[in-house]
Design a protein around this ligand. Structure first.
Ligand code: 13P
Length: 253
């Protein structure tokens, strides 16, 4: 059975409250109740509740950009799985390269967060991707081991159904240098083949693998036409309703 396409917008640390509400309202109108592809947006924490409100009645889902692995307590500045769920989140992005490379998030932290999130019933968008140097040195295998395999160690077969992988080559994020459809397909094929050898046919075939890194309305259709590219995690282009809706359309909505 063909996997359903999924397009998620990662707003990162952008938008005012007014902009967030206007963007969410436009997306809710544009997508309506269509379920041809799954669509979600991941606004900054303080806008989760108002964006959830603005998305009501549409099929656009809500995600957070990170979450704590602690359930509650004295962890100043942290936000729990229970909090984002109560705010309306179905998804959470984990292990984004900006958190790994700029904020120093470790593989151990990503592992702990992923387990906490799937146990809480959230769908995790687990990000992975190589830097330019790693790519040039042919270290794809090692990046996979470090960023995906370490994160999912111990996940049950049932929990795999709540994991989505986002392949985001660091050299393509925010640079305007989108991976070519062939580059994306090769990386996704590699990831799926590894998952197949480690966890079997059923989990590998059902696993959505999104591409992220300078996806635009112009590049989306070519990327999404690849057999192992199941959609996109979109940064910059998700901040403009018309551009994001064009990308959603390229996914079949
Ligand atoms: P850009 O689409 O701005 O390159 O960002 C990609 C990304 O990091 C999504 O998580």
């Amino acid at each position: 059975m063909a996997r359903k396409k999924f397009v998620a917008g990662n707003w990162k640390m952008n938008t005012t409250l007014a902009e967030a509400k206007a963007l969410a309202t436009a997306l809710a109108q544009g997508v309506g109740t269509s379920t041809a592809a799954d669509v979600a947006v991941c606004p900054p924490y303080p806008w989760l509740v108002p964006v959830h409100e603005a998305l009501k009645g549409s099929s656009v889902g809500l995600g957070a950009q990170d979450v704590s692995h602690e359930p509650k307590g004295a962890f100043t500045g942290e936000v729990s799985t229970a909090m984002i769920k109560e705010a309306g989140c179905k998804y959470v992005v984990l292990g984004h390269s900006e958190r790994r490379h700029i904020l120093g998030e470790s593989d151990v932290e990503v592992h702990l967060k992923l387990h906490t999130a799937v146990e809480a019933g959230l769908y995790v968008i687990l990000c992975m991707g190589e830097t330019l140097v790693e790519r040039e040195k042919g270290l794809a295998e090692r990046v996979f081991q470090r960023q995906v395999y370490s994160a999912v160690a111990g996940i049950t077969d049932e929990q795999w159904s709540r994991i989505i992988i986002a392949y985001e080559p660091v050299w393509a994020i925010g640079t305007g240098k989108t991976a070519t459809p062939d580059q994306a397909q090769n990386a996704h094929y590699f990831i799926r083949t590894k998952i197949r050898s480690l966890h079997g046919e059923k989990i590998a075939n059902a696993l959505p693998i999104l591409y992220g890194g300078s996806v635009t309305a112009d590049t989306a259709a070519g990327l999404f036409s690849q057999p192992d590219v199941d959609g996109g995690l979109v940064g910059g282009a998700s901040l403009k309703a018309d551009q994001f809706l064009a990308i959603v359309k390229a996914a079949g909505n």
